[in-house]
Write a protein that binds this ligand. Sequence first.
Ligand code: FES
Length: 77
Amino acid sequence: VGASAVNVRAEAINPEIRKSEEKVVDSVIVSELSKPLTAYCRCWRSGTFPLCDGGHVKHNKATGDNVGPLLLKKQMQ
Ligand code: FES
């Protein structure tokens, strides 16, 4: 078997956040955004979850992962 260019990790990416829930889902009603830009965490490493605090940078360096936040941008008139 040849070496793969993709490093696939078998470990769960969420070690501790809301583990009592079968699936963690968060919803945002975009028309209610009060700030022009809000970044939501998708790496599960943020200390301010569900908001991104930049923790994905350390996670990516440590694991070779490439996760980043979901950006919600308020449409300007
Ligand atoms: Fe998780 Fe930024 S801290 S995406």
